[in-house]
Design a protein around this ligand. Structure first.
Ligand code: SF4
Length: 235
């Protein structure tokens, strides 16, 4: 079938028609997000939400709650979120201590300076790299960054250019450039793009074995049309 190329905004409209309007299922406050992110392992919306709910019920999420809790109680509260609850409990104490002692108890206020400084502050927390920092700054309403879901940079890359590269950083940058170039630089537009790409990447355009036969944008997709960009066709 002949491929008709879409712009990124047109692609997002198609994804919204298929998946519907998306809402974040995680807390948008920067401190709460970092706590939520450690409530599950491997981290996913489902595991983090399970651990987060029990942590809220049984311990509380404020820095003082986390610092006062015994390691055993913290691990027990985090257990529904999956593996290594003891280690995640220790990380939560580290996060709480940093926010309380180094950032005056208010992470959001500590992120109010230049973006480079905000990113640096966020990346000092465990398990937060550039994609996580971008996501936090976007969903907290601090900056309308071209954030890309860390586990789904392949969606935009495949549709617009063809098979993704083996290098994760290259894929992330290519997806980020596509958003930066064409999605309006507003919080709402950039959040919408993030959420739709995440949903599509998790359900249909999976990193391995994409479900192209079920995909609503296959007639516009460079990968589906056979663009391998110098790489062998997967068996
Ligand atoms: S056609 Fe396949 S590769 Fe292209 S977006 Fe859909 S699932 Fe992904």
């Amino acid at each position: 079938m002949r491929r008709t190329a879409l712009t990124t905004p047109e692609l997002l409209d198609e994804l919204e028609k298929f998946h519907g309007r998306q809402e974040p299922c995680w807390p948008e406050d920067p401190y709460e997000f970092i706590v939520w992110w450690h409530c599950g392992y491997p981290a996913s919306d489902a595991t983090c939400t399970k651990g987060w709910e029990k942590l809220n019920r049984e311990v509380g999420i404020e820095p003082d709650n986390l610092l006062a809790a015994s390691p055993q109680n913290l691990a027990a509260a985090l257990k529904p979120g999956g593996m290594v609850p003891e280690l995640r409990g220790l990380r939560l104490k580290e996060i709480a201590r940093r926010v309380k002692d180094e950032l005056g108890g208010d992470l959001r206020a500590a992120l109010s300076g230049p973006l480079s400084a905000a990113r640096k502050t966020l990346k000092k927390f465990p398990s937060i790299a550039d994609p996580g920092a971008d996501r936090i700054l976007l969903f907290a309403g601090i900056a309308p960054l071209a954030a890309v879901p860390s586990n789904c940079p392949q969606v935009l890359v495949r549709v617009l250019r063809g098979q993704e590269r083996e290098n994760y950083g290259v894929n992330y940058r290519e997806a980020q450039q596509a958003i930066a170039a064409e999605v309006p630089e507003t919080l709402d537009a950039r959040k919408r793009a993030y959420l739709l790409l995440k949903r599509h990447g998790q359900e249909i355009c999976k990193r391995t074995k994409p479900k192209c036969e079920k995909c609503s944008v296959s007639s516009h997709c460079a990968f589906f049309a056979g663009h391998r960009r110098g790489r062998a066709t997967p068996a």
